[in-house]
Ligand binder design. Structure first.
Ligand SMILES: Nc1ncnc2c1ncn2[C@@H]1O[C@H](COP(=O)(O)OP(=O)(O)OP(=O)(O)O)[C@@H](O)[C@H]1O
Length: 611
């Protein structure tokens, strides 16, 4: 089957003004680098300052050597002392120049590494501050993607800006030399570098805009690479013979990106060559001028080498300056993505109140006429929801797939706020509490809990990471959740690495993983426990045992359990039946069985399956 058609991929053009505006982020960027390591940064700047003065000094000493050599050729009694002094000076400067170049690349590298680490940590922290609605938004996701992917580019930007600063000093010093000897050369210099400037200006921002408008597709390419070549997908890719389908889809997309990029690179190269010819002609014009002046005896041979060296050096550096300037504006656009990401409003804080959170629920939770649509969708996923979750009660949610069970949990946890109605805790709208303090109230195991490729210990401790070294607590949690037996079978016990990505890592079965995940809920002495299908992969005996324990161990605690197994559900105090986003029934198992509606029907259906 051919891959599905792709949407139009014409890049949105970034205006010149926009790319210059992004330069305003550079001071903030350097402020961060300064904070990362002030000594390294100072060493880098001082080294560069010194290095910037060397080119003109070396050209000058070179001129002195030639003039002195010519003087000595014509002298009757030779005195070479001055000559050797100049040669020694140049030798010293050559060594110093090399050392300084190494110093700046060393400090650039070290600073870059440190900055990359710090900015990755910033990214992780910022992501954790954002709310779920922001994280699930695809536009936001693209921003995050751009911010994440550009770490190395940001490091390159640092070197580029520093090199640029260094070159500005070199350029000023060389220009002063030219102006002193032959001001006309400056006019020729402008003619020789103007074409490069025009060329760079023309293409500035284009490759960024291409990359930017391609972010969703690059995300898809990454995903296809993952889907086609990963241990997680390998079983199904092989069995269903999907490799061809995935690689075809990858090829279509990547070829298009290649073509778009190629076109741009070709245009850039063609125009670049054309403008370069103009520039080179101006350079030779300048050379001829210097030669004519030398032949006429106005300039010495030493002046000739000094001026032609200065002119050539200036032209190269000015060209480099413009090319680098384009690169800097391009990278600064990525920097803008990064800082815009860091500056995203922290909705968690904005939407937090400061009402006093009760130590534990006294009355309980109440959903009052709650209605909710996921962001950027028009469908009411749940609506007109009324029910109470009494303090100390175990309430089970049942309902068919997609009925809205997990959504109610997300609303209860304040991952999202309802679009209609309100949720109260002891009579207070939960919006009035500090959101993160409120969320700390809960111990939750989601249906799609994360299987961290870390040690068993870490996988359990994530329930309360502060207690990671509290062996007793870990052991107790493992015992309560039945994970104890799983751990006993692993050679390194709690320290055993899980997942196959790392050395000696083992993968667990679905049920074994669930036992580990369940232990997370016991790590925390949470006031409210929420288990969203935490036992679906357990065998019947283990599930029964796990729930018996759960009910016994959480006496007096408030809990919500989602399960499709009615043998488990009936252990709850009350059962809430959801149908198409509405509460269809609520009551005890006995009450619901007496009233032959959806619950009784589903219960009988499942019971019949076991007969
Ligand atoms: N992040 C989301 N964005 C948009 N729609 C969503 C999102 N999450 C869930 N939905 C939709 O909301 C509806 C209810 O989903 P929910 O996960 O609450 O159902 P559920 O009752 O827990 O189902 P299941 O038993 O299959 O776990 C579904 O139609 C689903 O497609």
């Amino acid at each position: 089957m051919p891959p599905p058609p792709l949407k139009s991929l014409k890049p949105e053009k970034i205006k010149l003004k926009e790319s210059f505006a992004s330069l305003k982020y550079i001071p903030r960027f350097f402020h961060k680098i300064w904070e990362v390591n002030q000594w390294l940064f100072l060493a880098n700047i001082l080294g560069r300052l010194l290095a910037a003065l060397l080119p003109i000094a070396m050209l000058w000493v070179g001129k002195m050597i030639i003039d002195e050599a010519i003087l000595q050729i014509n002298a009757e009694t030779k005195d070479l002392q001055q000559l050797w002094l100049y040669v020694g000076l140049e030798f010293g400067m050559a060594i110093l120049s090399d050392l300084l170049t190494r110093l700046s690349s060393l400090t650039d590298g070290l600073l870059g590494d440190q900055y990359a680490n710090v900015s990755s940590i910033e990214l992780i922290q910022k992501t954790s501050e954002l709310n779920l609605a922001q994280l699930e938004d695809s536009e936001f996701y693209d921003k995050l993607e751009r911010a994440r992917q550009q770490t190395t580019r940001r490091v390159g930007l640092m070197s580029n800006v520093l090199n640029q600063g260094q070159d500005v000093i070199v350029i000023i010093s060389l220009i002063s030399g030219l102006a002193f000897f032959e001001p006309w050369l400056l006019v020729l210099l402008v003619i020789s570098i103007l074409p490069t400037f025009v060329n760079e200006l023309k293409f500035s921002g284009t490759s960024y805009s291409l990359a930017r408008s391609w972010t969703p597709e690059r995300r898809e390419l990454d995903y296809l690479r993952y889907a086609g070549a990963s241990d997680v997908t390998a079983k199904e890719v092989k069995l269903f013979g999907l490799a061809g389908y995935i690689s075809d889809r990858f090829k279509v997309l990547s070829d298009r990106y290649y073509e778009a990029n190629k076109k741009l690179s070709l245009q850039r190269a063609a125009w670049g060559s054309f403008f370069n010819i103009i520039g080179t002609s101006a350079y030779y014009g300048a050379y001829i001028l210097i030669l004519l002046r030398t032949v006429a005896g106005i300039l010495s041979i030493g002046d000739l080498t000094f001026l032609s060296g200065s002119f050539k050096g200036l032209r190269n550096r000015l060209q480099g300056f413009f090319v680098r300037f384009t690169q800097i504006t391009e990278s600064a656009l990525y920097l803008q993505d990064y800082f815009e990401f860091l500056d995203l409003e922290n909705q968690e804080e904005v939407q937090s109140g400061n009402a006093q959170l009760p130590e534990k629920p006294q009355i309980g939770f109440e959903f009052k006429n709650v209605g909710f649509k996921y962001p950027n969708t028009n469908k009411w996923v749940v609506r007109n929801i009324h029910f109470t979750l009494k303090a100390g009660e175990k309430l089970a949610f049942v309902g068919e797939n997609g009925a809205g069970k997990t959504t109610l949990i997300k609303l209860l946890l304040r991952f999202y706020d309802p679009d209609e109605g309100e949720i109260l805790l002891d009579g207070i709208n939960i919006k009035n509490f500090n959101r993160s303090a409120y969320q700390q109230y809960f111990g939750v195991i989601f249906q799609d809990f994360v299987k961290f490729e870390l040690t068993v210990k870490e996988n359990i401790a994530v329930g309360k990471i502060e207690d990671i070294e509290n062996k007793e607590r870990l052991a107790e949690a493992a015992q309560k959740s039945l994970a104890e037996q799983v751990i006993a079978e692993l050679p390194a016990g709690l320290e055993h690495q899980l997942g196959r990505r790392f050395k000696k890592g083992v993968d667990l079965s679905g049920g074994q993983w669930q036992k580990i995940a369940l232990a997370r809920a016991y790590m925390k002495d949470a006031e409210v426990l929420i288990l969203d299908e935490p036992t679906s992969a357990l065998d019947a005996r283990a599930e029964y045992e796990a729930f018996q324990r759960f009910i016994g161990l959480t006496q007096g605690k408030t809990a919500v359990i989602i399960s499709h197994r009615f043998s488990t559900v009936r252990m709850a105090d009350r059962i809430l039946v959801l149908k198409d986003g509405k509460v269809a029934e609520i009551g005890t198992h006995e009450e619901l069985m007496e009233n032959p509606q959806l619950y009784a029907e589903l219960f009988e259906l499942q019971a019949a399956g076991y007969q």
